[in-house]
Design a protein around this ligand. Structure first.
Ligand code: UD1
Length: 362
């Protein structure tokens, strides 16, 4: 079997790490393609370095642009690679413009597509990631779901064939990398355990509307009077804050460069809680035993809200809501269920399923 895997943005590179390891273990030939959607050192290269992922065989160099430009450029360049490599299956991850481009190329060339992290759904339904997820799931042949809810979401849309609950590859990675988490930032910033909050905000619906962005920044400013806030900032957010002239609101907040995976996990492990609009980080906080205020109207990881672990934050009461997350809340610890995202063997299951599927010739 020959696999072509397509990555392009930070969260995909992370997911590829554990799948690649299993493909190698099983002697399966993998051609790795990077779309180039993320190109800054600390948005891309550093993840290859710290997670020891091998260099991509191709980098399509698509860079930034409108969604149409990024999706279109990826499709044009990726199609060439796929026609040359003639894989048995294309593996795509998550919900980015790179994901949907890869899935569409496979579907149009009639090459089976496997979607890792299939079945996640959330409002607003017109956010770019949600559109990418839906399209990708509907043209994929193998759908690897990270949660039971994801399987149900797919069934609601009539997708039942080729669907497998495998667990979340991000949980695999968390368990594998835990001994290597990097706690240096905590010392560098002289932070005290349980006495600071990790903040990440980068979704377009939070960053691109000045009124909403100001609401978030004002809330953070208020909280920074009580607790230290550490904010590794995505380039999009930085750009918008500069454009809208909101820089002064963040005085009192420790704004730092984006962190690599091991540094971010080290930082979360000793934090009080997390404030984020990242799909990945709200789950990683849970893996670390920390709760998250999720700055979104809805989340694809609804299980964590339903059990009372994470809290959605989407009304005017930004500051009041901070008190809904108590540090070291014992009753919350009781609610922390295990196995929501599998047993840490999602990548192993994915590769087994790919292998048996290829052997059965369908
Ligand atoms: C993308 C994904 C999102 C994922 C996120 C992780 C889509 C639609 N969204 O969002 O699901 O959570 O990646 O980070 O694909 N930029 C740089 N350097 C980079 C990358 C981006 O400066 O290396 C800037 C550019 O100005 C770019 C902006 O950030 O226009 C946004 O980047 P883009 O890749 O469009 O989306 P993300 O917000 O990163």
């Amino acid at each position: 079997m020959k696999v072509v895997s397509l990555v392009g943005a930070r969260p995909q590179i992370i997911k590829e790490a554990v799948v690649q390891e299993q493909l190698q273990k099983n002697g399966i030939r993998e051609v790795l393609v990077h779309s180039g959607q993320h190109y800054d050192y600390d948005m891309s290269d550093v993840f290859f370095k710290v997670l020891k992922i091998r260099e991509p065989d191709y980098n399509l160099g698509i860079g930034s642009g409108t969604h149409g430009e990024m999706t279109g450029r990826t499709m044009i360049a990726f199609e060439q690679v796929v026609m040359k490599e003639k894989p048995d299956v294309i593996v795509v991850y998550g919900d980015t413009d790179t994901t949907v481009a890869g899935a569409l190329v496979g579907a149009k060339l009639k090459i089976p597509v496997a979607h890792v992290e299939a079945g996640i759904r959330q409002e607003p339904h017109n956010m770019p990631e949600e559109i990418n997820r839906k399209v990708t799931d509907h043209v994929s042949d193998l759908l690897f779901a990270p949660s039971r809810l994801a399987v149900e979401n797919l069934a609601r849309e009539g997708i039942t064939e080729g669907v497998y609950f495998v667990g979340d590859v991000m949980y695999d990675l968390f368990l594998k990398m835990k001994p290597h988490f990097d706690y240096a930032v905590i010392d560098e910033l002289s932070l005290q355990e349980d006495n600071y909050v990790v903040v990440t905000i980068h979704r377009d619906f939070n960053t691109d509307d000045p009124v909403r962005l100001k609401w978030i920044l004002d809330g953070l400013h208020e909280l920074s009077k009580q607790l230290r806030l550490v904010f590794p900032m995505h380039p999009r957010t930085k750009k918008r804050i500069q454009e809208f002239g909101f820089g002064h609101v963040l005085e009192g907040v420790d704004v730092i460069q984006p962190l690599d995976y091991l540094e971010l996990m080290g930082l979360v492990m000793q934090s009080a809680f997390v404030i984020t609009d990242s799909g990945g980080l709200q789950k990683e906080a849970y893996f670390c035993g920390k709760r998250a205020l999720v700055v979104m109207p809805d989340t694809g990881w609804r299980e964590l809200v339903d059990v009372g672990w994470n809290v959605l934050l989407n009304d005017d009461a930004f500051c009041r809501n901070f008190s809904r997350i108590k540090v070291n809340d014992a009753s919350a610890q009781d609610r922390k269920q295990s196995n929501i995202y599998g047993n840490g063997d999602a990548a192993e299951r994915i590769v087994k399923l790919l292998t048996s599927w290829a052997e059965s010739g369908s």
